[in-house]
Design a binder for this molecule. Sequence first.
Ligand SMILES: [Ca+2]
Length: 328
Amino acid sequence: MSLRMLFLDMDPGVDDAIAIIFASASRKFSVLGISTVAGNAPIEDTTENARRLVDFLRMETTVFKGASKPLVRPHEIAYWLPGEKRVVPARETQRPDGGVPFHGEKGLGDTRLPRSRSSLRKVSGPEAIVQAARKDPEAVTLVATGPLTNVAIALLLEPKLPTLLSKLVVMGGAYGKTRFGTGNITENAEFNVYCDPEAAKIVFEGFAGAVCVGLDVTADPQNMLYERDVGRFRNGRKASLARSLIGYDLRTYGRFEAHDPLALYYAYDSSAFRTVRARVEVGTTGALRGHTNAKARTAKNGQLIATKVDFERFRKDLFAEINVPQKD
Ligand SMILES: [Ca+2]
């Protein structure tokens, strides 16, 4: 089995963290680096979370701090309003009354990990993406599970990035290809694309062949984890951490939405997915901010939109990989 070289661009984030655990557990992957972005939490928190996860999981990889805010906008996060049982976007300085950050106060639910020990590298997230792609042309898969700010900057730094990478897999967008493909942060927009729509526009215009795992697949209740699944985690370090993270979502929302692990799963086993080719256009203004319009095209310059996943296979592989005890 040949090792797949992965670079992760993310905003941990409870579901990003599950994706990191999955990536670190699988022998299929070598994680070259993790770049962080402002998204589910401010950049200081997403970066510290990524570093704590890397330390806790004893991963031999490096975290690179990326963009602290979207390209042209202030950063907003998703707030859960428990009374109304809905989510609204707001700047951190304008937290809505009674609102709780969707991923918990620091982004990892109520899971507390030891403070990170290593010093942070000077190379920025987007630079690190470019360097990894240049070092091994056509070998690295970039999985982006946060707002696309870093990926857009990387593309501006290196216009050849799409051909230097083996593949780009994005968790983001809602494409109307299934009845679940509607917005989750506004009526029209998925959070990652809403957060930095200008970046998403740059990325979708620049990356022909990018794979988009969006809400069409990840917002389907059949593609989520529930209380009944938790018993399948065993007692190793990785399984315990995953149980703690997912437990927060189960207690708070009654389910775990596997957005980011499902995007990672495309890199793990693309044959578990069905996709359609379409060209994605991103709305950037008014009510269409963050809207992803997937126009069907026969032309080769479109993206691949996931419309279906074999979730049973995902669930089986997730538990099989995470439950293997680490040598310690
Ligand atoms: Ca994420």
